[in-house]
Design a protein. Structure first.
Length: 264
């Protein structure tokens, strides 16, 4: 039996219960989510050969501040940057640095902006110039995994249905789903209950109820699902050095479907 609580009655911290938010909260999440989406739109023209990921991160920091937002990742548990920028075989949590982008690179840019106390969390893939056919297909399928999972969202289905849909699409295209990382509840804290796995069995997991807010952020690998954590304590890469891709939206469950907060 899984427990749910009205968000208005719960303390802000993660208490292991699933918070159910009201319409006013949804409006607040839409504002923060839309700003995060605008940030990714803003950064797109700068994703080009010769620019460093550190430069992109600086622009993201400046965008956040100029829009009265706080970049959630900056100093979060000691993380040193305003975004995560994950290049080629980096699955997630890539720390921006002095490495210059080059033709053929693919990269995930993940931003979470706090606006008036609410967290908008989103990521998308970007391409530098002409990329390989394999990279092109991987990016397309990863986006399809996310969007097809969002299509099935409504009260009554279970989190296992989300994971099963993503896994089905990825594996049908001979890609693998990273199982060690997941989506999460979100609202007035960055990472809340429940975890949203990107693999699983239909009919298993938590039941979706109106008012739930969480991220879906499938990480899809061109090779095996195995991961490796680098010595910086943050950067997670594919163990076999194959490419990885990720897309992420923050969503809220409505009476008969869902709202995607992280779109313009």
């Amino acid at each position: 039996m899984h427990s749910y609580i009205k968000a208005s009655l719960a303390p802000i911290k993660n208490i292991g219960l699933i918070k159910l938010y009201d319409q006013e909260s949804f409006k607040c999440m839409k504002k923060s989510g839309m700003l995060a989406a605008k940030c990714l739109d803003f950064i797109e023209p700068y994703v080009q050969e010769g620019n460093t990921t550190e430069y992109l991160d600086k622009l993201i920091y400046e965008f956040a501040l100029s829009n009265n937002c706080i970049p959630a990742t900056l100093y979060y548990r000691g993380y040193p940057a305003s975004s995560c920028i994950s290049l080629n075989n980096v699955i997630c949590h890539g720390i921006p640095g002095k490495k210059k982008l080059k033709e053929g690179d693919i990269l995930n840019i993940d931003v979470t902006l706090i606006y008036e106390g609410w967290y908008g969390d989103t990521s998308r893939m970007f391409k530098v110039g002409k990329v390989s056919r394999k990279a092109e297909i991987l990016v397309d399928i990863t986006k399809e995994c996310l969007m097809e999972a969002i299509k099935i969202l409504k009260p009554g289905i279970r989190t296992g249905d989300i994971g099963a849909r993503i896994q089905e699409i990825a594996e049908k295209n001979r890609f693998s789903v990273v199982e060690d990382l997941c989506g999460h509840g979100i609202g007035k804290i960055f990472h809340d209950h429940p975890n949203i796995l990107h693999f699983g069995k239909k009919g298993h997991g938590y039941e979706l109820k109106e008012g739930m807010i969480f991220t879906i952020e499938p990480m899809i690998n061109a090779g095996t699902k195995d991961i490796k954590l680098l010595s910086d304590g943050w950067t997670i890469v594919t163990r076999d050095k194959e490419l990885s891709a990720q897309f992420e939206h923050t969503v809220g469950i409505t009476k008969d479907g869902c709202d995607i907060f992280t779109i313009n």
